[in-house]
Write a protein that binds this ligand. Structure first.
Ligand SMILES: [Ca+2]
Ligand SMILES: [Ca+2]
Length: 431
């Protein structure tokens, strides 16, 4: 306790003596602009001025410009600096200050964050305020000429739809972000910013007519990363931020909002890669022999091993196909984003002609989106799927033949682990 009092006392004495210890040395010294005119137009000629100053102790630094009417434009505002110990501070000024709006000027849907000064003569001021509130200033004159004042306007910025469910079921998985950019820029970026932390999720631009960073119509397709198998940002509300920076250093910024719901990468498996085929011969390997006109039955379990529901479509488990039928002849066409169990045999004329939903009515839940109803196996759930193929024809040249099961994510992929699982040799007995 006593030690602490002594320490505090020493600190107080130190602060009190501080200025005296530094002697008469001024807070701010050696302030200069190395040019009295600049032409900020990114032509590489007289575009920037070098500002130099020294600080004898730490202070907040502001650098601003005032036009003939006394309006003030900030280049730096209250930026903390420690004392310049060995050499002075230097900073380049390219004519760009905090965004401002001219009389009668209206920007719709975007803001100008950084903007070049209009041509004219300005009084610059560099002000330093130390911890005790003492302020020292230096000022001079700078002329701005031939400034490239055209702005990288972000007109018509929009994000659509406002809610996405990035989970590869092909239902509202993606958003489109568009803008009409009014000037060639050095950089055009779009990212999402969450409410919880400052993680930025960057959005890639689609390949469209307008070259990247050129003036014109730009479109960004946002899939939350799931197309590449990455986990999307956590469900929640995000600010969509577009920023354009031109060669002069001007910044424009547009913001929108997007809500991510039910996001995640779907992963489903045929449990243990096991299929139970009817009529398997004990000890003789997985083979079956069925008379022409007889039915090959299978049973397997599908596991949704992900945090998102997986979408599926009919026909339901229990359906028995004739071998010359397929899912399309039953009116159960392929749909992008749908998971189905498929059976394929070596003599099948099309890929996995016989397909089934990954669960029955008791296993699945229905979700209605925009008036359409879709069916899902919930996250973490399992369902038993069975079905049959009645062999109404046979190919003599391939008898017996191998058949196998796959779990198909239609128009997306069949992951290797789910492809051609647990083959069975099927012999069809001719009459
Ligand atoms: Ca220039
Ligand atoms: Ca979706």
């Amino acid at each position: 306790m006593r030690t602490q009092y002594i320490l505090v006392a020493i600190l107080l004495v130190g602060v009190a003596l501080g200025p005296t210890a530094c002697g008469p040395k001024p807070l701010l010294s050696g302030v200069s602009f190395n040019k009295d005119i600049i032409t900020p137009n990114a032509d590489g000629d007289e575009d920037v001025a070098l500002v130099t100053f020294s600080l004898s102790r730490s202070a907040d630094i502001s650098i601003y410009f005032e036009d003939a009417a006394g309006e003030r434009f900030y280049f730096r505002k209250d930026v903390y600096h420690g004392p310049s110990v060995e050499k002075p501070y230097t900073v380049y000024f390219a004519g760009v200050v905090d965004g401002y709006v001219l009389p009668d000027e209206v920007f719709e849907g975007f803001a100008v964050e950084k903007r070049v000064l209009q041509d004219g003569v300005y009084t610059w001021t560099l002000a330093a305020t130390d911890r005790q509130g003492h302020t020292a200033r230096a000022s001079g004159t700078l002329t701005i000429a031939d400034a490239d004042t055209s702005l990288p306007e972000l007109r018509g910025f929009s994000v659509f739809p406002p809610v996405i469910t990035p989970n590869r079921d092909s239902i509202s998985d993606r958003a489109t972000i568009v803008v009409d950019l009014k000037k060639d820029v050095e950089e055009l970026t779009v990212y999402l910013l969450g409410e919880e932390d400052d993680t930025r999720y960057f959005v890639q631009e689609s390949e469209k007519a307008t070259k990247f960073s050129k003036a014109g119509y730009h479109e960004f397709d946002y899939d939350a990363g799931v197309d590449l198998g990455a986990e999307p940002p956590p469900d929640g509300t995000y600010t969509v931020i577009m920023e354009a920076r031109d060669a002069v250093g001007q910044w424009a910024k547009a913001t929108g909002e997007i809500i991510i719901q039910n996001g995640g990468v779907p992963r489903a498996y045929i449990l243990n890669a096991e299929v139970e085929w009817s009529g398997g011969i004990e000890g003789g390997g997985p083979s079956v022999s069925i008379p022409l006109g007889g039915t090959l039955y299978f049973t397997l379990t599908v596991e949704n091993d992900s945090t998102v529901p997986i979408r599926t479509s009919g026909p339901p488990p229990g359906t028995v196909y004739d071998s010359d039928q397929n899912y399309a002849t039953l009116g159960e066409h392929q749909q992008p984003g749908v998971f189905r169990v498929g059976i394929h045999c070596e003599t099948s004329p099309i890929d996995h002609p016989w397909r089934w939903a990954v669960g029955g009515p008791d296993d699945l839940e229905e979700v209605t989106v925009g008036g359409d109803t879709y069916t899902y196996l919930p996250a973490g759930e399992r369902a038993v799927v069975s079905g049959g193929i009645r062999f109404v024809d046979m190919v003599d040249a391939r008898n017996p033949q191998y058949c196998y099961a796959s779990l198909i994510h239609e128009d997306v992929q069949i992951s290797l682990v789910n492809y051609r699982v647990d083959a069975v040799s099927v012999f069809i007995e001719a009459p």
